[in-house]
Design a protein around this ligand. Sequence first.
Ligand code: MRU
Length: 343
Amino acid sequence: MRPIDWVDQAGDQPGYLRLLDQTLLPLQTMMLEIRTVDRLVEAISRLAVRGAPALGVAGAFGVALAMQTLPSSEVPGAVRRIRDARPTAVNLAWGADLAAAEIPHGFDAVLDVAKQVRDDDIAASKRMARIGADELYRELGETAKQNGLRLMTICNTGALAAVERGTALGVIEEVHRDGHLQRALACETRPLLQGARLTAWELQQMGAPFDLLADSAAASTMRRGQADAVLTGADRVAANGDSANKIGTLALALAARYARIPFYIVAPETTIDRRTASGDDIEIEDRGSAEVCELQGVRIAPAGTTALNPAFDVTPADLITAIITDRRVIRPSAGERPDDETS
Ligand code: MRU
């Protein structure tokens, strides 16, 4: 079951976007039928659909929904609302813009492009998984591979964050399928617990051995030699390789450098934003106090507490051993840049 897909028109029933509501996992598996732009924007804002590649697919199908349900004069405004629903993940605006470029050619052309975005993402995920696994074996060497790799990650970057397979978790799954995963180490990912709720669920589904870690246990786990590498996804990779990802990623990269283990970003080429020169230019989504002061709706801090809640942070390129995409391995720590096609 894909976490996001388009259900084609049947008879006089118009097509719609079907989403797995990720806010309810792992306790409930509920599919949402998204038939309007308002419902889509709401689903994106509350993270019912989330993860950069999945947001790209949602953005593209959102334009089809806009054309299907709104007068043409309202479509441009609806496209803007979709692309602005979350500011950090570049794929959302990218997918919406790609589909919107087809608006002059009509609904069917828009829908075809959206389906292409979905299918390309599936193919990209497969390629990234293989390239990433091979890169790990090359970097860590034969002995580590035969002993089995211990791979740390944060947030959720599996099939739930894409259409199938995913990014960093897709590589971890590939290593597991190859028979070389000793253990996945999933950081819980406060405040919304994508690691505990979603990554742990996906690792269970794939039958992979894993431990869940409080985010604050990550640095000491690396320092004690209990992880061989860290792999995370990205929401936006700037032209110079600085990479925005879930809050807590920078702390993992710093700890990995200190522990002398490699730190990888795994992201499709579509997450590289050549128009953003460096991480300083990436807008970081602020999600407000409540998500930090509450845990799944239950208050944990005294009434009146205010909290900082940046949803993402930026890892500078020089802390990144390599950015693994669906086409190449870019080594920012060796001076390579994502906007240089020869790297
Ligand atoms: O706020 P989220 O859950 O959408 O954040 C997702 C992440 O940070 C992922 O690591 C990123 O989108 C890459 S997903 C394959």
